[in-house]
Write a protein that binds this ligand. Structure first.
Ligand SMILES: Cc1ncc(COP(=O)(O)O)c(C=O)c1O
Length: 395
């Protein structure tokens, strides 16, 4: 094999495509999901309740409410927070669209504030500048599993009496300051999509310590229905719709898979940590490549390994991504900033250039493959490909 990258005439480093993320499913995981099919419930039943209790226990909170995805979990949280038309909810532009939809789904306006360069998460000082009398809440996101500036953001929320919904979709299983990520007030959201830290196929969870909020979330998840209304004790069929609820019920099959995946939480974290350790060591000295930030006082469960291709690498991010793909290595960019999307531009008046720090970070961002099923050859191939592309462009 020559040192010429595949994009410029060489042979690819590998013949089989390596994805950037993916699930890990064992025979035991499959058996757990299949056994749930033998139960009395194949919709939301006792296994969902058991899964919720285990998640609440892992996170160290009073309540966990399972939903069909991280997106629907965010929707329920926005409703439970009482966001409504005329409200403004402040969030980061460097996130997946669903974070901002926590506001849009309720009729509230998403208001973007720029990020901190190092953490790549919502900057408390930028948040302060966006606060108006209509601000109702904050939606920080723990980018890649790296904890946001939790203390700084809670201080802002305290000063202005704001609800905080943490989008922790990337960070299930991590810790911050001796607490689990997700244990912070008022609510946190997890996603169990296949590329996330554990999976149920599709799935999500809202966690909270507040009893009334939990009750509201459970009702909204299931049609906003009171199944046992006062005054109808002798009419067992009588159910009462209280408001505009949803069917975001998950199934016992998904929950059974979730429970089996929870048994493997340490295994998943250890494997991701090993890969990150390897990447950090191998890539630290590559000129023009910035490795991800290290979190202080934390033991994050990283979902992404997002590097930045900066000046000095020899080519730009776009060229790098295409060159990696030609080596048969899947890389991804998380994310095109939300204020670059037509929806947020047309409806809320945002424009490219509004959030310079987010844009500067975005310009270099690339997520390298990171998932527990990667073997040593996969990890080595990624490093070799990065170095090969850098070497070529150096000339
Ligand atoms: C930061 C963030 N928030 C929310 C979501 C939505 O989660 P789901 O795909 O489970 O709906 C995702 C998923 O990609 C995400 O990355």
């Amino acid at each position: 094999m020559t040192d010429t990258p595949a994009r410029y005439g060489g042979d690819p480093i590998r013949t089989e495509v390596l994805g950037y993320g993916g699930q890990s499913i064992t025979e035991r995981d499959k058996k757990a999901a299949a056994e749930a099919l033998e139960g009395d419930y194949i919709t939301r039943g006792p296994t969902v309740e058991a899964f919720e209790e285990r998640v609440a226990d892992v996170v160290g909170v009073e309540h966990a409410i399972a939903t069909t995805s991280g997106t629907t979990a965010l929707h329920l949280a926005g409703r439970a927070a009482g966001f409504d038309e005329g409200d403004e909810v402040i969030t980061t532009p460097l996130t997946f669209a669903s974070t901002a939809h926590t506001a849009t789904y309720t009729g509230a306006d998403p208001v973007f504030a720029d990020i901190e360069r190092e953490r790549r998460t919502l900057d408390p000082e930028a948040v302060r500048e966006q606060i108006t009398e209509d601000t109702a809440g904050l939606l920080p996101m723990h980018y890649g599993g790296h904890p946001a500036n939790i203390k700084g953001l809670l201080d802002v929320a305290d000063d202005h009496d704001l609800t905080v919904i943490w989008d922790a979709c990337h960070g299930f299983g991590g810790t911050w300051n001796g607490e689990r990520l997700g244990a912070q007030r008022d609510m946190s959201i997890f996603s169990f999509h296949p590329v996330k830290n554990i999976t149920t196929g599709e799935g999500g969870m809202v966690v909270t310590d507040d009893d009334d909020t939990a009750e509201r979330l459970r009702r909204l998840r299931s049609f906003d229905m009171d199944y046992d209304p006062d005054g109808h004790e002798d009419e067992p069929w009588y159910q009462v719709v209280q408001g505009k609820g949803y069917n975001y019920n998950v199934t016992d099959m998904q929950a059974a898979l979730g429970l089996a995946q929870l048994d493997r939480l340490d295994e998943f974290k250890n494997r991701r940590d090993e890969i990150i350790y390897h990447y950090d060591n191998a890539l630290a000295d590559v000129p023009g490549l910035r490795t991800p930030p290290t979190a202080e006082n934390s033991d994050p469960f990283y979902h992404l390994y997002a590097v930045e291709i900066r000046d000095g690498f020899g080519c730009d991010r776009t060229e790098f991504v295409n060159a990696m793909h030609d080596e048969n290595i899947g890389v991804q960019v998380h994310y095109v900033p939300l204020h670059h999307h037509p929806f947020f531009q047309d409806k809320y008046g945002y424009e490219k250039g509004d959030f310079p720090v987010s844009e500067d970070v975005y310009d270099g961002l690339v997520s390298l493959p990171l998932f527990p099923e990667m073997d040593e050859t996969d990890v080595r191939n990624v490093v070799e490909a990065v170095k090969r592309i850098r070497q070529y462009h150096k000339q």
